[in-house]
Design a protein around this ligand. Structure first.
Ligand code: PAF
Length: 280
């Protein structure tokens, strides 16, 4: 991989990069499409990264379909597939880890200890291997996009991070490889995440005139709306936080950007989703 990209860079070919864990769906297809419109070479990595799974998580059962992934990558304009083995990525004696504080500590970081260190470590190694000019991430993993941006800024990596809007099924469910775990009934219940986010977003964006004049919008009011719409799933968090810092404040004010973030279980499947909105 490094030989291929070194040659390309020597010829001043721009490299777009889409890191994935495979089992590709419409969300990944969109990332590949956007990259291939912007770069003549698009590398897609397919690697189920053991470092980012907790001991009781689904590393063993995570869906793996390399043949159909390669077909999808080709169909959407990807030019190269990088699918290393765990031994190639983490050979005997591998002893380095990237730890990100701040933004990585809350929410997913709190519920999944070590997760973002695993993500940062693999993304850093993939960046060093693929040497892209631009890398593409889906907004569905909103906190991940902030963590990657933090790493790139802190470690002065010369790579642009492009966050592509979440791709959804017709009923609003965010596309995710883990949706494959849902049975019929769980799949129906899973749509309540998008309903809850939409309800809160509409509330924020369509405040009645008297509310608009109000000095502050209480966080608890927004979060209560989401909770009320999430009766059919088991909620881990449903929060309204500052979109840049992920910090939770009691009140939000006109002109501020808020990230509405949900993690919830439908059956045994953990789902996350988000919408970013601005108070008028
Ligand atoms: O978003 C994912 O699929 C993974 O976290 C990533 C960025 C490919 C790192 O393993």
């Amino acid at each position: 991989m490094q030989d291929i990209v070194s040659d390309a860079r020597a010829e001043r070919v721009d490299i777009g990069f889409v890191p994935t864990m495979g089992s590709l769906h419409g969300g990944h297809a969109e990332l590949i499409k956007v990259s291939s419109m912007r770069h003549s070479l698009t590398v897609v990595s397919v690697f189920v990264n053991p470092l980012q799974f907790g001991p009781s998580e689904d590393f063993g059962t995570y869906p793996r379909n390399l043949d159909s992934d390669v077909r999808m990558i080709r169909e959407h304009g990807g030019t190269h597939v990088f699918a290393p083995s765990a031994e190639e990525m983490y050979p005997q004696g591998f002893a380095t880890s990237i730890h990100i504080g701040g933004i990585a500590k809350e929410l997913e970081g709190a519920g999944r200890p070590g997760h973002f260190d695993g993500v940062a470590t693999v993304v850093c190694k993939l960046f060093n291997t693929v040497m892209p000019t631009e890398a593409f991430f889906g907004q569905k993993d909103y906190q991940q996009t902030l963590v990657v941006k933090q790493m790139v800024a802190d470690l002065a990596m010369p790579i642009a991070i492009n966050v592509v809007p979440t791709v959804r099924e017709a009923d609003g469910l965010a596309m995710s490889s883990r949706n494959a775990y849902l049975n019929f009934e769980e799949r129906n219940r899973a749509t309540s995440l998008f309903r809850a986010l939409t309800r809160a977003k509409e509330f924020i964006e369509n405040l009645e005139a008297p509310l608009q004049k109000r000095k502050a919008l209480p966080r608890l009011e927004i979060e209560a709306l989401m909770q009320a719409a999430l009766q059919e799933v088991s909620v881990e968090y449903a929060v309204a936080v500052d979109a840049a810092t992920l910090q939770s404040r009691d009140n939000y004010f006109s002109g501020e950007k808020i990230a509405l973030l949900i993690a919830a279980f439908a059956g045994r499947t953990r789902l996350i989703d988000n919408i970013v909105t601005e108070i008028v």
